[in-house]
Design a protein around this ligand. Structure first.
Ligand code: GAF
Length: 384
């Protein structure tokens, strides 16, 4: 969806040109899953799929919202009436951002918004974060708030945790706000320090496929929160602030201390080994050994499937089929319980792999998956 089209629709809806148009992307997480609420490491990159918003300021305490992707007209809200625990509608994401900005003392006095997004929803590709971040960035510019990307990401996370009620970490919003084209973002979620790691797969004859299983998921559902609570229990039992503080070479001793807390043992093992996998992937990419990250991605999938227990038959089928047909590595990506898997492959194998996965889905009686190539793209920015 181009800036001009979104601006034109805004003018039709609100009777005036927007003050500007902004975009914020969805993301794929290369490695580092369910580590972000454990103060650990993640490594997402931005997709070309993005939310685009045309926005103008208002001064009368009114927020008007419209989405090209949702049936229904303009929704009008009073800023003073915005409060957490809302109606569970799509408007909770943009409204939650406005609430979070105002709750942090920023002088946002109202806005007219028209949104349109190409990020698939419920596919583990951060469609919600893209909407949150595009609104935050637009208001940051229009009200001259001068907040850096990482701070906008924090406010968006607060909108999602407190206003929407989904207990997510900081990865998705930071990815959408801070990623750069041609790079993956190595993020330490404890202090939010970032390093942009060059990730140009095409130059090496490689491709990364996203396979959207079309199995929909939601983070406000109980399973995500249960995993998070289990990780927090593990940290408490081990006497550390967060599982990030359990060293990889002290993992066996830590697990022994957890005794017969079997479920906590599995969660801790995933988080500690996953943090180490992120560090291995960073080291391999920095050494120019991109193909060698494949097996690390696959290890990550096994850990999410067997220890964290958040995969599903469709995600496992993508991974198993891709590996059986020569993929270099494959794993589920995002929160789990459905959504998407990623497949690292030689460029020459893309068609064979795509066909194999589609045939495997048909043979298993699953709905057809959606397969596309993920190209590391730009983070949030103003378009006009
Ligand atoms: C979802 C959450 F929003 C992220 O914060 C992260 O925890 C991810 O699941 C799992 O890595 O996308």
């Amino acid at each position: 969806m181009g800036a001009q089209q979104v601006a034109e629709r805004f003018a039709e809806l609100y009777g005036a040109e927007p003050e500007g148009v902004w975009a914020a992307p969805g993301r794929v997480n290369l490695i580092g899953e369910h580590t972000d609420y454990n103060d650990g490491f993640v490594m997402p990159f931005a997709l070309p799929h993005r939310a685009v918003a045309a926005v103008s300021r208002r001064t009368d305490g009114v927020l008007r919202l419209h989405s090209a992707d949702i049936d229904g007209g303009v929704v009008e809200l009073s800023l003073d009436a915005l409060a957490p625990g809302g109606d569970g509608n799509w408007t909770a994401y943009p409204a939650g951002v406005v609430w979070a900005l105002r709750d942090a003392g920023h002088g946002v006095t109202g806005a007219d918004v028209h949104l349109s997004s190409t990020v698939p929803t419920g596919a583990g590709l951060s469609s919600s974060a893209a909407v949150e971040v595009v609104i935050a960035l637009a208001l940051n510019d229009l009200f001259a708030l001068d907040l850096p990307g990482w701070k906008l990401a924090r406010l968006c996370q607060r909108a999602e945790n407190v206003y929407v009620g989904a207990p997510t970490g900081i990865m998705d919003q930071t990815a959408s706000a801070c990623c750069e084209q041609g790079h993956a973002l190595f993020l330490d979620t404890r202090d939010l320090s970032q390093r942009q790691i060059p990730f140009d797969l095409a130059a090496e004859g490689l491709r990364l496929l996203v396979v959207d299983t079309q199995v929909k998921h939601a983070h406000s559902g109980g399973e995500y929160g249960k995993r998070r609570a289990g990780c927090e229990k593990g940290a408490a039992l081990l006497g550390v602030d967060a599982l990030r503080d359990v060293p990889y070479d002290g993992l066996d001793a830590a697990l022994a201390r957890l005794g017969d807390e079997e479920e906590v043992v599995r969660l801790v093992r995933h988080v500690v080994t996953e943090d180490q996998r992120v560090e291995r992937v960073v080291a391999l990419l920095r050494a120019g050994e991109t193909r060698a990250i494949g097996p690390v991605l696959t290890e990550g999938h096994a850990s999410l499937r067997d220890d964290f227990r958040i995969s599903c038959p469709e995600l496992d089928l993508v991974v198993d089929t891709a590996l059986a047909h020569g993929a270099l590595g494959a794993r589920m990506t995002g929160g789990g319980f459905g959504g998407s898997a990623i497949v690292l492959t030689e460029a020459a194998e893309v068609d064979t792999l795509t066909k194999a996965v589609e045939e495997a889905f048909a043979a298993a009686g699953h709905a057809a998956p959606r397969v596309f190539e993920a190209v590391p793209s730009a983070g949030a920015r103003r378009l006009s």
